[in-house]
Design a protein around this ligand. Structure first.
Ligand code: ADP
Length: 540
């Protein structure tokens, strides 16, 4: 027997319409590139998002076409977050920190038809514009002046008539947004979110045991809007009508602390690197800022040290919540909010739980595949974490080479090695993917190794992550030189420089006699990491 509830489609036009009807008075604040504040209301935001949808159609953008963005966290980017999917097109956020070869590949593979470029990122766009088939490049600037070959965003909106916008009724399974993830080897792969997955993810994000977001919140997403939809915060915030404080390109501790205090921010989220710097600034002048309004600071993307959670709580009264997620899962998977059983434990024990990556949010299921079947939920047995749920990818966008990440029974293999305890809390102990995470951005060890081994003097090169206080992890290259050949650290650095973004370049090159190998001839990274335990590169 079929239920008789309405078959209401879960789409972003619904969230926009809700904002239109209910939250017109709510504020959205942005730090401009010159640090001044731009302020407007949800009513302005809705109106301009509609105009963007109309303008894109006028440019010839059709349903399913991809519209790329290169932008920071700004009100205009928020307009694209809604205007693009509400026109029926697919929002494709690109990470401006990537090397131009990767940006070229990503824009090309996605088939971006239009590119919206923040005025501060035009130089990034210029590095690859001639290599991609984008038809219209739009510069997002308030001054209205567009560089040669680009359309001014403000002029585009000025020419669009809001009354031409009609809330579309489309299938909730239609694609809404996409984001590329870095591969260990090979090229980045695209996760393609649907309207339905985005709406469900937003509802879950706002729930009490996840982020507890309500209309009375002021949300400052530190996590960039080009990293998995800023962890879904723009969509979740607009769904509940929260005030938004967009930091623009200003992620230095002083600007953020000012924003926190002046705009009475109640909720913020980002990677450990950023919040470590904020902690240092707070510790230096503990009385300077009033952060009493903040109820949660979500830290994820890399593991948060227990000491950081403790320091924020004890010294500044701020509740740090640890979270884990992935581009392939929109991204929220687990959140470390405590349950009532854990709250009965001692403070130190509670802290141990807070430092784990948390337990699965509603509608996400987890399991850990060990060597002999699925690992018991005993907090000790190890296995690779697998996940499933309505916002977890079912495959990559036109990348069959990534099919082995999905199990036959429909789970996604995360590549994270974890334990799961009796409360479902995961603890990440290692990564099976050969990637290094520096300041929230990925570096592929395999790509660096291949490039190093292409150097005429290098016989073998293995790149590993070494822990770094500020950046979480940094690459170290262990090099075996060919007999009779010589190369210096500077030679190798120079060799890599031309092909990789600056932050990819290893902090150190260690010349070694040999690299530990497995029986099957692979580098034994675990052994190598042990060998370099406690290592601090001279120049970092
Ligand atoms: P994100 O934007 O969240 O960094 P990515 O897809 O780029 O998303 O990275 C996901 C990976 O980052 C995870 O598979 C895991 O290896 C790592 N990661 C994310 N959150 C955490 C965390 N809280 N602790 C440890 N590692 C994490």
């Amino acid at each position: 027997m079929k239920g008789l509830a309405q078959n209401f489609q879960l789409t972003l036009p619904y969230i926009l319409r809700r904002a239109d009807q209910l939250y017109g008075y709510r504020e959205i604040v942005t730090r401009r590139p010159d640090k001044s504040f731009h302020r407007y209301t949800y009513a302005d935001f809705v109106s301009r998002s509609k105009k963007l949808a109309v303008a894109l159609k006028k440019l010839g953008v059709e349903s399913g076409d991809r519209v790329g963005t290169l932008g920071w966290n700004t009100y205009q980017h928020l307009e694209a977050y809604f205007g693009v999917p509400c026109s029926g097109a697919v929002l494709h956020t690109l990470n401006p920190r990537l090397h131009e070869d990767d940006l070229t590949f990503i824009a090309d593979h996605a088939g971006d038809k239009v590119m919206l470029v923040d005025e501060t990122l035009v130089s990034v766009w210029e590095k690859f514009r001639d290599r991609v088939g984008v038809e219209h490049a739009i510069v997002v600037t308030e001054s209205g002046e567009a560089p040669e070959g680009m359309i001014s965003y403000e002029e585009l909106l000025a020419d669009a008539d809001e009354s031409d916008f009609e809330y579309p009724d489309f299938d909730e399974n239609q694609a809404a947004a996409m984001c590329y993830t870095s591969g260990t080897t090979g090229r980045p792969k695209g996760a393609l979110y649907s309207h339905r997955s985005t709406v469900l993810h937003s509802m879950m994000a706002a729930m009490g045991n996840t982020f507890s977001l309500t209309e009375s919140d002021c949300v400052l997403p530190v996590v960039p809007m080009f990293h998995v939809n800023a962890w879904g915060l723009p969509y979740a915030s607009v769904l509940v009508g929260a005030k938004l404080m967009m930091p623009g390109p200003h992620l230095d501790p002083a600007s953020m602390l000012e924003d926190f205090e002046e705009e009475a921010v109640t909720f913020t989220a980002g990677v450990p690197t950023v919040f470590l710097a904020v902690l240092q600034a707070l510790d230096a002048e503990p009385e300077k800022y009033d952060l009493s309004k903040m109820h949660s600071m979500i830290i994820g993307g890399s593991a948060v040290p227990k000491g950081v959670i403790k320091a924020y709580g004890e010294r500044h009264g701020i509740n740090v919540v640890h979270a884990w997620g992935m581009t392939e899962m929109s991204p929220i998977g687990t959140v470390s909010t405590l349950n009532s059983e854990i709250e009965k434990l001692s403070e130190e024990e509670q802290l141990d739980y807070k430092a784990k990556q948390g337990y699965p949010v509603p509608l996400v299921e987890i399991r850990a595949r060990g060597e002999e079947g699925f690992a018991a939920w005993d907090g000790e047995s190890l296995g690779e974490l697998e996940v499933r749920g309505p916002w977890v990818a079912s495959s990559y966008y036109e990348a069959p080479e990534g099919d082995d990440k999905f199990t036959d029974d429909g789970w996604f293999k995360t590549g994270d090695i974890v334990t799961i305890d009796k409360y479902g809390f995961i603890k990440i102990t290692d990564r099976s993917k050969d990637l290094i995470k520096s300041g929230g951005e990925w570096i592929s060890s395999v790509e660096l190794e291949n490039a190093l081994m292409a150097h005429p003097a290098v016989a073998q090169a293995a790149v590993i992550a070494i822990p770094h206080e500020k950046w979480d992890e940094r690459p170290l290259a262990a090099i075996v030189l060919k007999e009779g050949e010589s190369a210096t650290e500077e030679d190798l650095h120079g060799h890599l420089e031309k092909d990789f973004a600056k932050f990819w370049l290893p902090d150190a090159y260690e010349f070694v006699e040999s690299i530990p190998m497995t029986a099957t001839g692979k580098f034994q990274k675990l052994k190598l990491r042990e060998q370099f335990e406690g290592y601090t590169p001279a120049q970092s």
